[in-house]
Write a protein that binds this ligand. Structure first.
Ligand code: ADP
Ligand code: 5GP
Length: 190
């Protein structure tokens, strides 16, 4: 294990509407702190986007595979989102925390609520957009989702933004660098 490990690991849940910039922020964090941060790799039944790889962004499982693992209690949490199933495999998380890593789960609202119930010590961060208009432009400019998907995602976003007060901290991702600094402060100094 890396010598730069922390003496104490922790679980951090990062939630926020699709398109708000969670992935962008978390990729930057990983570049800055490759030895301290571990991302949990989720499983999903959605199809890979261009450039996504099985085992890197997600484990892309069939519905049947996902359900079989869910029924075997292999997920810490799982939820349906915009017509697909998403879940956090338990394996590796407990071990990584015990080894002193900061483990990040980037998950939607229902999953974050499940983690709050099962692991109340996890710190929960909400990433909010500056406005719903900005969120919609980010989703459209990303060019990864169909119009139908974007509408579903914006609908979900309203519900998620309304639940921001359930989280320990809210960070508004307007200027990326400012949001990144706020995230670093929460992870390493709070
Ligand atoms: P999420 O992971 O939350 O779905 P992404 O990280 O894919 O969101 O970001 C959605 C889009 O918004 C991407 O095209 C990304 O480059 C852009 N983006 C992210 N953060 C910002 C920001 N602070 N300002 C402007 N554009 C941003
Ligand atoms: P996307 O399809 O854009 O990659 O992700 C859609 C949504 O699913 C995002 O809000 C993302 O945070 C969430 N998500 C990704 N992995 C998981 C997971 O393991 N569990 C839950 N509950 N949500 C997830």
């Amino acid at each position: 294990m890396s010598e730069s490990k922390l003496s104490e690991g922790k679980l951090i849940v990062v939630t926020g509407p699709s398109g708000v910039g969670k992935g962008t922020l978390l990729r930057r964090l990983l570049e800055l702190y490759p030895d301290r941060i571990l991302f949990s790799i989720s499983a999903t039944t959605r199809s890979p986007r261009i450039g996504e790889e099985h085992g890197r962004e997600y484990f892309f499982w069939s519905h049947a595979e996902f359900e079989q693992k869910r029924d075997a209690n292999e997920f810490l949490e799982w939820a349906e989102y915009a017509g697909n199933l998403y879940g956090t495999p338990r394996q590796a998380i407990d071990q990584a925390i015990a080894l002193g890593h900061i483990v990040l789960l980037e998950i939607e609202l229902e999953g974050a609520r499940q983690v709050a119930r099962s692991l109340p010590d996890a710190q929960r961060i909400f990433i909010a957009p500056p406005s719903m208009q900005v969120l919609e432009s980010r989703l459209r400019d990303r060019c990864t989702d169909s119009d139908k998907q974007i509408i579903k995602r914006l609908h979900h976003a309203e519900l998620e933004v309304a639940a921001a007060n359930e989280f320990d901290v809210t960070i508004i991702n307007d200027d990326l660098e400012v949001a990144l600094q706020q995230l670093e402060k929460v992870l390493f100094h709070d």
